[in-house]
Design a protein around this ligand. Structure first.
Ligand code: 1QQ
Length: 403
């Protein structure tokens, strides 16, 4: 009797997950990773960089997704049906993201995807989801133009245009004498190009002198010639748009070659995983934040408590944003299920209606109260700035909020 009931639920839930309900027999069609393997749960795809140098950023995102899965399933998931996150590693490049998206969409039959890690990957992978009609919520794609990829693409990662200028304001508060600015950016990365555009415009708008623009690749390890070029013009502020390994090395070499002024790191340096790269020389880096652990609402307090218990430190922005991406899916699925039982919808209809529900909603999340423009751009209220403070031993440190 119990077994029969289990299969009945399984068959019912397969209507939700498989395009043609009648074709699936859960007792025989039980391939690994297929939704029929675990019928009474709702699969959400997580396409993040779990390997490669981009994993320095992606790891923090995976943690946020896992905390969200446990947290929301404890609350009863989607009105009684648990969610099941399906992780596909994108690694650090476009092809990895394309493969992960294809697998999640066609094989894992997810209702939607949280990912990928980089904007550079999103510009290649998101069009696949758009064509397939699968909602994507970007947890960390901040380049200009992400929501404009298509109507199924939204983001919980506020764009560089609204986040990055806060770091320059903070630097000017610390040192009002700043006049000359040197800017560095990784020219092979879409996010870095977008972010440096914002930084360079802001520098000019503030009446500062954009004295030099130096370029590098995210795969570079030696920045001697660019660092020398910059130091020669005696800048009062250096601003870096790159990713974590290259960014950390660049900071290290700037300090080793004698630069003493303030350094702003962009979003690609926004992880304590850069600390082992620049060690004591990371001290003082200023980084704008789209999250503060101090944000006062119930879900952030719960998220912060779970994270700090597990990790013995405050949750970082990428973890909070990815938790938020999963939360938006969960809350939109709950809302949709209340008006149209999810189990009555075929997968393509479910994906489309889920996307509409996501865009129409308002969410109280660890990153504050958010909503979306009709295009899928996040509407977020508060931004912050942190500065890295290294401990005396130079091995550990933390992000201290200064704004
Ligand atoms: C982007 C970013 C990266 C730094 C996220 C990890 O903001 O690629 O858009």
């Amino acid at each position: 009797m119990k077994k029969f009931f289990g299969y009945a639920i399984a068959a019912l839930m397969s209507c939700l997950l498989i395009v043609a309900c009648g074709q699936t027999n859960p007792t025989t069609n039980n391939t690994p990773n297929s939704p029929s393997n675990s019928q009474n749960s709702i699969p959400i795809g997580i396409a993040l960089a779990q390997t490669s140098n981009v994993a320095l950023l992606g790891q923090e995102e995976v943690t946020g997704a896992k905390i969200a899965e446990t947290y929301f399933n404890k609350q009863g998931g989607i009105n009684g049906t648990p969610i099941r996150l399906i992780f596909q590693d994108t690694a650090g490049d476009e092809q990895g993201a394309i493969n992960a998206f294809n697998t999640l969409i066609s094989q894992d039959k997810v209702v939607g995807i949280v990912g990928p890690t980089l904007s550079q990957q999103a510009f290649s992978a998101d069009p696949i989801a758009e064509r397939a009609g699968v909602p994507v919520i970007a947890p960390s794609n901040t380049a200009k133009g992400i929501p404009q990829i298509g109507k199924y693409i939204s983001r919980v990662s506020a764009p560089v245009a609204v986040v990055a200028p806060n770091a320059i304001d903070a630097a000017l508060k610390i040192n009002p004498q700043i006049k000359k600015v040197a800017v560095f950016y990784a020219q092979n990365d879409a996010f870095s190009k977008s972010e440096t555009g914002t930084f360079q415009e802001t520098v000019k708008q503030k009446g500062l002198e954009l004295a030099t623009v130096q370029t590098f690749q995210t795969t570079d390890t030696d920045f001697q010639s660019q660092v020398t070029n910059a130091i020669n013009i005696k800048p009062d502020l250096i601003i870096i748009s790159g990713l974590s390994a290259d960014g950390g090395n660049l900071v290290k070499q700037l300090r080793e070659l004698g630069y003493k002024g303030l350094i702003i790191g962009g979003n690609g340096l926004n992880t304590s995983n850069i600390l082992p790269v620049c060690k004591a020389l990371c001290d003082g880096i200023i980084i704008a934040q789209a999250y503060s652990p101090e944000l006062k609402n119930e879900v952030n307090q719960a998220f912060r408590q779970i994270y700090t218990e597990q990790n013995k430190k405050e949750p970082p922005q990428f973890t909070a944003q990815t938790f938020t991406g999963v939360q938006v899916f969960v809350e939109a699925l709950r809302t949709l299920d209340k008006t149209t039982k999810l189990s009555t919808l075929a997968l393509p209809q479910l994906r489309t209606q889920l996307n509409d529900t996501i865009l129409a909603g308002k969410y109280v999340t660890p990153i504050g109260e958010i909503s979306f423009t009709p295009e899928g751009e996040i509407v977020q209220k508060q931004f912050f700035v942190a500065q890295i403070k290294m401990d005396a031993d130079g091995n550990s440190g933390k992000f201290t909020f200064i704004q």
